[in-house]
Design a protein around this ligand. Structure first.
Ligand code: GLN
Length: 284
């Protein structure tokens, strides 16, 4: 079959998904190892049967809901093309806001120690390491398989200085940090969102802490202070309806400089705070 015939057939099959045509083009260019512009310049080119068959398999899997990022193994985040597998959450555009929030609190050229908890594909840690090359970046994840993906991403971006540590949240970390960031699971298990779109195929442990949507955020906020340098910051992503609960929690725990940042949809998405040891002591 020709390129244009495969595109026409796959567009038809993907009419049920949003941006079906774009996704058909992404899958075909992935199968052929070319970019999307090539498809237009070469629409009359014949495609080998084997390639056409494996492409149509991908189209069928997409039709059944599998995330396009898992089918191509790639998701763009920050300035990167990251490797993603079903072992890791697919990085979301909103999470770039967490990176921006952290960068706003990390002055350029400082040799700060910064930790990313539950790094998954490594997206946040890699972005911070790229933008603040003098910082020493640590990234933890409880999943050894996720860490393999993160390490591969670091290697392909030549970010060899990041310390990847296996373990739950802060457990594998030692010493104090000037900044701690995290995009933890924050969707309740029973939330209908868990049964929609890409979420159906992502690791449940990366999306949901269980019945209490705030459980991981609370754990991180409660355990972070002894790991923070005085004046150090904590920044994390949360659900659109968790801004108020996050701020209340952080104030109770004696954090200060509370700031919540809205995402492009105007929803509260990231909250950042700092912690001063002395002051927390005085006001107790
Ligand atoms: N924001 C993601 C979603 O809506 C969830 C990401 C997360 O749990 N950290 O699917």
């Amino acid at each position: 079959m020709k390129v244009k015939e495969l595109l026409a057939e796959s567009c038809h099959l993907l009419a049920c998904v949003q941006d079906g045509r774009l996704e058909a083009e992404i899958l075909l260019s992935h199968s052929l190892g070319v970019n999307r512009a090539w498809l237009y310049a070469n629409s009359d080119t014949d495609v080998a049967d084997l390639t056409a068959t494996s492409f149509m398999q991908l189209v069928k899997r997409r039709r059944q809901g599998e995330p396009i990022a898992y089918l191509t193994g790639i998701r763009e985040f920050w300035s990167f093309r990251l490797k993603v597998t079903p072992e890791v959450l697919i990085p979301r555009p909103e999470t770039e806001l967490l990176v921006e929030t952290a960068l706003a609190r990390i002055p350029a050229d400082t040799r700060w120690r910064v930790a990313d908890l539950g790094t998954g594909s490594g997206a946040v840690a890699l972005a911070i390491a790229t933008e603040r090359p003098a910082c020493e970046v640590f990234a933890s994840d409880i999943s050894a398989r996720a860490l393999l993906v993160a390490r591969k991403n670091a290697e392909s971006l030549n970010l060899t200085g990041i310390h990847f540590l296996q373990g739950s949240w802060l457990t594998p970390l030692e010493g104090k940090f000037n900044g701690i960031v995290s995009n933890p699971p924050y969707v309740a298990r029973h939330d209908p969102h868990m049964q929609q779109g890409d979420c159906r195929f992502e690791p449940e442990s990366a999306l949901s802490p269980g019945t209490d949507a705030m459980a991981c955020i609370r754990h991180i906020a409660e355990t972070a202070p002894p790991f923070l340098e005085s004046g150090g910051f904590l920044a994390f992503e949360h659900g659109y309806d968790q801004g108020e609960a996050s701020r209340q929690l952080l104030l109770q725990l004696n954090y200060e400089d509370v700031e919540t940042i809205n995402d492009l949809a105007g929803l509260e998405r990231v909250t950042a705070v700092s912690y001063t040891h002395l002051r927390a002591h005085e006001t107790r």
